[in-house]
Design a protein around this ligand. Structure first.
Ligand SMILES: Nc1ncnc2c1ncn2[C@@H]1O[C@H](COP(=O)(O)OP(=O)(O)OP(=O)(O)O)[C@@H](O)[C@H]1O
Length: 390
């Protein structure tokens, strides 16, 4: 694997703002690519106060692809902006390749690029290649030396034949791929992507996912990816961090979350299942799929439950006089794990923090989480155009 070091081979070194001998700007260290320690960010004051990110800590090793998941309002964007220095956290520290972003922002961020909110401000009047040259220069890289690298990048993203086309003439999907190419043009070693596949057609989305995996596996690119698309997360990520109410509720490999997590999938078919019972079960359990048959012959239900929940489920069905025609275990996917951990679908808003009597930050038991869904939601997110919020 060739480690990305923030420099295009043959190009000049990335610019440095501070000749601190303790850290020479090279990424060839044993430090994690990203280290977040005790980051907390609050917005507003008094009754209006919202703790968007609540004492979050994790480290990300170089060359890994980490998915950042959470319902709407869970704090993903605020966390990413805190790491990128676009929001000033109230507490906590962030290091990139061991460099403190508060003390040495220019040097730390010389290794980092981002594509936020599904797009990046490419220059639509410039051609694809001109955009890449521009962003390479911004990233401290000589655009002439970078040209062979840019051509390879465009080729792998199926954009080479559009290299000399102005961006404004491209389809939305192509523009999005140009955004990714621009984010990579300066040869950053850490890339933050917020909803990178949003609005892409299936083929473009697959090309982008393939390229992200290749960049991580072959070139050691570190990717932090936020998406509501669980399939993308499952395909591309090595590890997933799930946020809810500003706190981490899960941080594990995709494999471990799918196999060793608390969720088991059970599919039950019964002639006694009807619409009313399904509605009641939806209230009490994490129902991932359900159907009432058209011909009044009952229905089927798929439920994600933990070990305790299995007993609760069967007890509930028994008390409702439900005869079980067929029971089988079904594979849980990431969506089920997500619903199980947060109590909400990926597209739904998160409940507000459930308070200090919820020490694990898991949102209480399942009924607590379900109740929390009905609570008033936090203030809608304000998205700044740039600069730091405090
Ligand atoms: N500038 C701001 N001022 C006030 N509140 C904010 C601001 N930015 C975010 N918040 C609040 O912080 C919480 C977390 O928001 P954030 O946008 O980080 O969540 P998210 O997980 O990225 O959500 P989504 O998936 O909808 O983008 C929300 O309650 C939001 O209303």
């Amino acid at each position: 694997m060739t480690a990305r070091d923030g420099r295009v081979p043959g190009g000049p070194p990335a610019s440095s703002d501070d000749p601190d001998p303790a850290t020479d700007g090279s990424t060839a260290t044993t430090d994690p690519a990203v280290s977040v320690a005790g980051v907390t960010k609050r917005f507003g004051a008094g009754d209006e106060a919202v703790t968007a990110v609540d004492d979050v800590s994790f480290t990300i090793e170089s060359g890994s692809v980490v998915g950042l998941l959470g319902p709407n309002g869970a704090g993903k964007t605020t966390l990413i902006k805190s790491i990128l220095g676009m929001v000033v956290p109230d507490e906590g520290e962030v290091h990139v390749h061991g460099i403190d972003v508060r003390r040495h922002p220019r040097r730390a961020y010389a290794h980092v690029d981002a594509m936020l909110e599904g797009a990046r401000n490419d220059y639509w009047r410039l051609t694809v290649r001109e955009n890449l040259r521009y962003f390479a220069t911004i990233g401290g890289v000589d655009p002439d030396s970078a040209e062979p690298y840019h051509d390879r990048l465009l080729d792998r993203l199926d954009l080479l034949d559009k290299a000399d086309t102005p961006v404004r003439k491209l389809s939305r999907g192509m523009k999005q791929k140009v955004s990714l190419a621009s984010a990579l043009a300066g040869n950053a070693s850490v890339l933050f992507l917020d909803e990178p596949t949003l609005g892409l057609d299936v083929e473009s989305s697959r090309t982008l996912q393939r390229e992200l995996r290749r960049l991580a596996e072959e070139e050691g690119l570190t990717v932090v990816l936020s998406s509501h698309d669980m399939d993308v997360i499952e395909t591309v990520c090595d590890r997933v961090i799930i946020l809810s109410g500003g706190r981490i509720v899960a941080d594990d490999s995709v494999e471990a979350l799918l196999s060793g997590g608390s969720a088991h999938g059970l599919a039950i078919t019964s002639q006694d299942l009807d619409t009313d019972l399904l509605a009641a079960l939806r209230d009490e359990f994490t129902v991932t799929d359900a159907e009432v048959f058209d011909d009044d012959s009952g229905g089927r239900i798929a439920v994600a439950v933990d070990s305790e929940g299995v007993y609760d489920l069967f007890g509930r069905l028994r008390s409702a006089g439900v005869r079980l025609d067929r029971i089988r275990s079904v594979e849980v996917d990431l969506e089920d794990v997500f619903v199980d951990l947060t109590g909400i679908d990926a597209g739904e808003p998160a409940p507000e923090s459930l308070g200090d009597d919820d020490p694990g930050g898991h949102g209480g038991d399942d009924s607590d989480r379900k109740r929390a869904r009905g609570e008033e939601q936090p203030t809608p997110v304000h998205r700044p155009d740039g600069g730091s919020e405090s």
